[in-house]
Design a protein around this ligand. Structure first.
Ligand code: SAM
Length: 279
């Protein structure tokens, strides 16, 4: 393994700062700097961007992002034990790394970032989906970020990129694909992490589209999709009957057979249905 910077190897950082992994914080660390540099490269050209990283831990991905040329990295970490290790990295890259100790669900990072902004993170699994949904549902579009490059459990990654007709297809796929391009960029086995998690992981890369793929009101689309997939085995005329008394007519107006199930309905059809329901 070749070093990507002059800092100590991550195993030594972990030993020096006694960063034994805590399950409660979703700590599965990446210690191979070649791998973290590869993940950083999935985020695209970072030289003109500020990068928001959630959960830097001992800083493997942080070092990858900086070594790959990120203009600036803002790293938000909840575990105070990691902060001295991250400050060491900040000293090695003067003016390019800002570390905030805090809970990513509470901290507003925008005050510390200058556009264009990309997000890159090996997310703590317990808050990964919640953060993704927040980033995909801002009050205004385009969002603050140009792209999201995020590690998820493989099963979540598959839900993000899922297509109609598959079991993984649901609310997350619609949310992600309505206003972004989403693809799985890398797969990682449990052994890539220390300690290894129980399941495989994958890096998903999402690029924000300037406009939604199909026009729809965000709140209505979200309501329709939630209702449809909450009872995914039911026919839509039953699953959606709470949304409008004449739901069968509205489904037909949107080009959807009332006997279809949510799993078969395309993103375009969901957007059309949101339009018909809003009327
Ligand atoms: N990025 C590091 C790596 O790749 O080795 C660590 C990834 S580990 C999967 C998740 C990291 O998120 C841990 O460092 C953990 O302490 C941190 N974390 C957990 N909950 C958090 C929260 N609510 N806000 C910010 N960081 C959090």
């Amino acid at each position: 393994m070749s070093a990507i910077d002059t800092l100590p190897p991550l195993r030594q950082v972990i030993a020096d700062h006694q960063l034994s992994a805590r399950k409660s914080l979703g700590q599965n660390f990446l210690l191979d700097l070649n791998l973290t540099a590869k993940i950083a490269r999935q985020a695209g050209d970072l030289s003109e961007c500020d990068v928001l990283e959630i959960g830097p831990g001992p800083g493997g991905l942080t070092r990858g992002l900086l070594a790959e040329g990120a203009r600036r990295v803002l790293a938000v970490e909840k575990d105070s034990r990691c902060i001295p290790a991250l400050q060491q990295i900040a000293a090695a890259y003067p003016g390019r790394l800002q570390v905030i100790e805090g809970d990513a669900l509470q901290v507003d990072p925008l005050a510390h970032l200058t556009p264009p902004i990309r997000v890159a993170a090996n997310l703590p699994y317990n808050i990964g989906t919640e953060l993704l949904v927040r980033w995909l549902t801002p009050p205004d579009w385009p969002p603050f970020w140009q792209s999201l490059t995020l590690m998820f459990q493989r099963e979540v990654a598959e839900r993000i990129v899922a297509q109609p007709g598959s079991k993984a297809y649901g609310r997350l796929a619609i949310l992600a694909q309505w206003r972004s391009d989403a693809r799985i960029a890398m797969s990682l086995p449990p052994g890539a992490f220390t300690p290894p998690p129980k399941v495989s992981s994958a890096v998903v890369h999402l690029t924000a589209l300037p406009e939604p793929r199909y026009p729809a009101d965000a709140a209505t689309l979200s309501r329709v999709v939630a209702a449809a997939f909450n009872q995914r085995r039911k026919m839509l005329r039953a699953a959606l009957k709470g949304l409008a008394p004449d739901i069968e007519d509205r489904l037909l107006a949107a080009g959807i057979a009332p006997t279809e199930r949510a799993e078969q309905v395309t993103l375009e059809q969901f957007c059309a249905l949101a339009g018909v329901i809003k009327e």
